[in-house]
Design a binder for this molecule. Structure first.
Ligand SMILES: C[S@@+](CC[C@H](N)C(=O)[O-])C[C@H]1O[C@@H](n2cnc3c(N)ncnc32)[C@H](O)[C@@H]1O
Length: 206
């Protein structure tokens, strides 16, 4: 990941604004409880954490990423935003993490994965680990590239080929995996396509 992001991190937020769709919709849905905790595995430049921290001033935010280059950019952005007291960052792997080990917490009220599952080879484990790190009553929100079902074939083919160049693989089975993870913990899933299937959005919760 560091090889991909060492140079890209400088232009990352500007270029992704137009095609990582659904991120702000997800943030608007988070609505953590007063004094609540929110985690973003694969937080990248901390763009989402900063938007969310401004929107929910009563909550604390936690993020980790596998790329040290992205974390450097994230720390700088959080510092510039003056949010070091409410956004905490560290290095970690979304496929195997512990709230206790990374942040000394028993779990989180909200966990969200934004355009990260499509980059993680063991993405199924990342969904399971996210759900496992919820406190009772918590919710996991997932947004990523979708199946492109209601968009022209040529568009889907072009998008998938282009994403492949960046080692990004849209997860056709995201809904299925989310449902199986949720069922194992007695949770429910709300899954829906966004923007004619360009993106997909799932919420795992009680
Ligand atoms: C496309 S970026 C998305 C960043 C951010 N979530 C957003 O929506 O702007 C994907 C991020 O996932 C991180 N990543 C990839 N594999 C990871 C893993 N196994 N554990 C944690 N982060 C990972 C990458 O380093 C990168 O920062």
């Amino acid at each position: 990941m560091d090889a991909i992001y060492r140079t890209q991190r400088h232009i990352y937020d500007l270029t992704r604004k137009y095609y990582l769709l659904g991120r702000d919709r997800l943030i608007a849905d988070l609505a953590p409880p007063p004094g609540g905790t929110v985690l973003e595995p694969g937080c990248g430049t901390a763009r989402n954490l900063i938007v969310a921290a401004r929107r929910y001033p009563h909550a604390r935010f936690f993020g980790f990423d596998i790329s040290e280059a992205m974390l450097e950019a994230a720390r700088e952005s959080v510092r510039k935003a003056g949010l070091q007291q409410r956004i905490f960052l560290t290095r970690g792997d979304a496929t195997a993490f512990s709230a206790q080990h990374l942040f000394g917490l028993s779990g989180f009220d909200r966990v969200f994965c934004s355009y990260t599952l499509s980059m993680i080879p063991g993405w199924e484990r990342a969904i399971a680990a996210s759900a496992a790190s919820l406190v009772p009553g918590g919710r996991a929100h997932l947004v990523d590239f979708g199946r492109q079902d209601d968009l022209p074939r040529w568009f889907a083919r072009g998008l998938y080929a282009w994403l492949d160049r960046f080692q990004v693989t849209p997860r056709q089975d995201l809904e299925l995996v989310a449902r199986s993870v949720a069922a194992a913990s007695g949770l429910r899933v709300d899954h829906r396509p966004l923007y004619r299937g360009y993106a997909q959005y799932a919420v795992i919760g009680g």
